[in-house]
Design a protein around this ligand. Sequence first.
Ligand code: ACO
Length: 312
Amino acid sequence: MKGVGIIGVGAYVPDRIVTNRDLEKLVDTSDEWVRSRTGIEERRIAGEDMGTSHMAVLAAQNALRDAAVAAEDIDLIIVATATPDHSFPSVACMVQEALGMKHIPAMDVSAACSGFVYGLVTAKQFIDTNTYQHVLVIGSEKFSSIVDWSDHNTCVLFGDGAGAVVLGEVPEGKGILSYEMGSDGSGAQHLFVNNVTNFVCMNGREVFKFAVRQMPESSLRAVEKAGLQKEDVDFLIPHQANVRIIDAARERLGLPEEKVSTTVRQHGNTSAASIPLSLFTELQNGKIHDGDVVVIVGFGAGLTWGSLCLRW
Ligand code: ACO
């Protein structure tokens, strides 16, 4: 039986780098505070003319090239984002038009930082059932547009960017081996966008506690569902929010530092874009090899979480 897996990966980040020192000029913060609490050193910030859909298109073009799949051979577009250009139309429809694709279905998924995992799992169902052959899954975010740049609690944490993958058929035994997802709306008040100000509001400590517990547990559930053990994991791509959260998950899984992605250092938290952006970066770094067991795990507002266990 065929597998369903990632056959191409692409990413895009804006050129403008904003360092912690740059933020010292904006709010009461310090490079030392941000590094020690989050691990973040710098983030990319998109200009006025660069919206979420534009970044999504640029990442998608790279992924299509990497997969050697033509735009007209894509059967479905799923975009995970919390910062769409508009409430409607969806970013996915804007990508369909910009890439000159056929009149295929296109939709956005709203699960905040877990959105990319939700998108991948949704895409997999359509390929499993032979409904579609190739699905483009994108995570794209312009969090700079919903951050209060006078609030030191949140503005130091986020960045802009996009990552994309093409999901398609892979040889038996490869691709997505298992997945698991969940939500707990009782934690909705810990992380949300205020409808009046349109700014992110966050109870950092509560989100931290949730993430430290749920990230390793969700990862382990996916690994077990795949019939594997934590010792079998070769590389972990966690949602990139905070190095301390990532370290806690890493320790629970018993993984050494070199087997876990921490691209949050250079990108900040890019929400739904963080996992595909991190995947792209680590592939470029030569960290993921043919046959590796890779675990992807996201958590975010909702509260939501989700994991995938893949054989690369
Ligand atoms: N610079 C300097 N001081 C700051 C800053 C800053 N940027 N931000 C907060 N502080 C201050 C606070 O005001 C507070 O001061 P006070 O005690 O005088 O009031 C002090 O630092 C300590 O704040 P804490 O909240 O205790 O700091 P903590 O160690 O918890 O770290 C952090 C805060 C980094 C936000 C942490 O809680 C965290 O990472 N939480 C998870 C956040 C996260 O992952 N969010 C994204 C979720 S994904 C999604 O769906 C978007």
